[in-house]
Design a protein around this ligand. Sequence first.
Ligand code: PEP
Ligand code: MG
Length: 588
Amino acid sequence: MQTRKGIPVSPGVAISRAVVVDTDEEAVPRRAVPTSGLAAEHDRLAEAIAASMDELRGLHAETASVLGDQLADIFSFHLGMLADKTLTARMDAVIDSEQVTAEYAAYSVMQDLADQFLGQDNAFFRERVVDIYDLKRRLLQHLVGERASVLDSIDQPSIVIAHDLTPSQTASLDRKMIRGIAIDVGGRTSHTAILAHALGIPAIVGLSDITRRVRNGQQVIIDGNRGLVHIDPDAEQLLEYRQEARVLREQARVLRQLRDEPAVTTDGTEVKLMANIEFPEEIPQALEFGASGVGLYRTEFLFMGADHEPTEEEQYESYATAVKLLEGRPLTIRTLDLGADKIATGIAGLHDHHEYNPFLGCRSIRLCLQHLDLFRTQLRAILRASALGPVRIMFPLISSIMELRQAKMILGDVREDLEDQGCELGEVPVGMMIEVPSAALQAHVFAKEVDFFSIGTNDLIQYTVAVDRSNERIANLYSGAHPAVITLIRDVVRDAKRAGIGVSLCGEMGGEPEFTMLLLGLGLRSLSISPPAIPEIKQLTRTVGIERCKRVARKVGGFDSDREVYNHLREELNKLMPGTFTGRSMNY
Ligand code: PEP
Ligand code: MG
């Protein structure tokens, strides 16, 4: 029995068997092979070894010519190991003696070798372990393909334990089978974390070494409220958590009854609670949770899962489906926010350049403005879908007025072309994300040129306090309670109101109950959040009055540190709804 603590990013309790998917220790299920199939496994192994050696020879030659022989030597070491017949013979022997697949044989022999090296006193051997893992990965890639294949093959209820999951891997997880997620890396608002929340899968990130602590098949409890992973729990713990899971299910059921109730404060102020989605298929569930529309449609996810650039028709289909599913409710479509951690691997030429700081690099609107065909195609598809219902367009990551003007100009051109072609188009309000401090500081300027703002706190926090949103090592510094962040939100809301334009907030902060009173007190009346968070935030909104929220905002405005702010917000929340949110914990 062992407990590890990480960053809770999606609430709930999950109890299940672990499937370990680690970049260093690729989980390879032990699959039995009938005697008649063993010869084929030997062939597969031989092919994988030959293909790996070819690759290594290529890498050796390339490295030698660019970086010199000394650095190329690293690949000689790998080649030497694969050429060593005693090693490969051990793999063949495992296939026969244990009657297992080639990948399992390769995995277990390489793992044993790594363990032997790790057990040596000599530092030289211990350092070589990295090479063994590298070689193991290469072999397994030839035998089982990409990591996603391990995830795809999960056919019983499981908890995924991984070093990291890409956002597109997370998006394609089978919700019926995946009960929980625990990963080594990541922060509160990494896209993987956001997706796990949207999928309603209890998840914990930033656990550092959970992949080394849990073995395949071990029983694990994920406590997504407190950020705890219990490995091999005892009977008492299991009983306790089974009870808690029942209580949580009942609470969720009660909260869902609020679905058709309005989100109105005790003094009658209406608050719009909208949904953040990645795919139109999420809309029915978002409506079940009580969303009054979609405030953020992250369209890049269609591109991330595709093996080609989605055509105008394919995009139109997605946007049209979303409009129809919403039956007259508003849909805010954000133009492509690719780059940084959201990579469209299937589209050639989009992310070719190495970047030292991808979050500060060619991402989002910057990428679109450098790939105008891609951008124009998306705009055409969005505008065409606007004929079917209320659609708004939103540009992400705008950091200067010229960028906004350029994006709007292209949108205007595309609209003209479509109108010339006789297409029927709806009125499409144009807005922008405020997620870069320069945009927040110049909100009064931008407000003259857009119809609405949506404050993206996930990025706004990372850029304001200079903390990578997906880096668990500095996650304690990433805080929406930072006074600088709160000042920016306050000023953006003020500038939007002065200019008479709409303003909403669509970062994860909007779905965290601790911040609800503050955000309402700062003047926000529209929040776009992860659908599963809607019932809780609605309940809270219906319990509080705006005057009280304003007092909270004033009080918080006088604090100097995020800790003071956060502690005060928690106290106020506990006073308002005693005992309701005691399970949550941030990084304080
Ligand atoms: C944000 O940055 O707050 C946001 C909503 O956008 P994303 O999380 O997709 O970057
Ligand atoms: Mg963002």
